[in-house]
Design a protein around this ligand. Structure first.
Ligand code: DC
Length: 217
């Protein structure tokens, strides 16, 4: 069974999905993290797509959800923190706009979710990757709220970033993610919309938990 949450960067979908997964004891899949791993490989191959694909196809990507954290490994090396670096955030939308990379990431996700109950977050999960998902949510919030949230998160992780640069990065990614040709960020027609500027974190989590619990039972 798969439940999806789509929405723009910083809308709170990932932290909400993590909390829901923790509460309901189901699995969490962070699809953006997979594009971020691909971006690490892209940066490592000096942004050369030919070298990138050669290396990416030989790479082993693995992940697991533990203690409300999505841990990611590239060739068995823990890259959970590395994928959140600003340099990765600056290039990830470009990498994610490549249809060939999207196909590979989508195949990986579709295979994984066959084996358990998952809640996954992303941009195109309800529209392109899992159009038949049992439940779909679309989370949104205004740009200022999203920038403040992301700023607090990164500061807590000890990253040296400014609110302005985060706001600019989110605005740029919104633009690229929503306007790319391949599977852009879009609300699925049958998705339940949640504006997270208007409700508390606990409310978001409980709305989603309630709907999933009803479906499971
Ligand atoms: O959720 P995030 O901010 O970590 O995602 C990083 C980037 O990955 C985001 O800017 C767009 C891309 N992405 C995507 O294109 N499709 C998804 N399903 C998830 C993320």
């Amino acid at each position: 069974m798969i439940v999806v949450i789509d929405g723009p960067a910083g809308s709170g979908k990932s932290s909400t999905a993590r909390a829901v997964a923790g509460k309901l004891q189901i699995q969490f899949l962070d699809s953006g993290a997979l594009y971020r791993v691909a971006t690490l490989v892209y940066l490592d191959t000096e942004k050369d797509y030919h070298a990138f694909f050669e290396k990416f196809n030989k790479s082993k990507i693995s992940f697991h959800f533990k203690n409300e954290r999505f841990h990611v490994y590239l060739n068995d090396e823990d890259v959970t923190d590395a994928i959140r670096e600003m340099e990765v955030s600056e290039h990830v939308s470009e990498v994610a706009s490549n249809p060939k990379i999207r196909r590979e990431v989508n195949d990986l996700m579709r295979e994984v979710v066959k084996h358990d109950i998952y809640i996954a977050d992303g941009r195109d999960l309800g529209t392109a990757v899992f159009p038949d998902a049992e439940l779909k949510f679309f989370m949104n919030a205004d740009l200022d709220t999203r920038a403040q949230r992301r700023y607090r998160e990164l500061k807590q992780e000890g990253q040296d970033v400014s609110l302005e640069e985060i706001k600019e990065n989110l605005a740029q990614r919104d633009e690229m993610d929503s306007n790319r040709a391949a599977d852009p960020l879009k609300k699925a027609e049958d998705a339940i919309e949640i504006d997270t500027s208007a409700c508390s974190f606990e409310e978001q989590v409980s709305i989603i938990c309630e709907k999933i619990s009803k479906r499971i039972n």
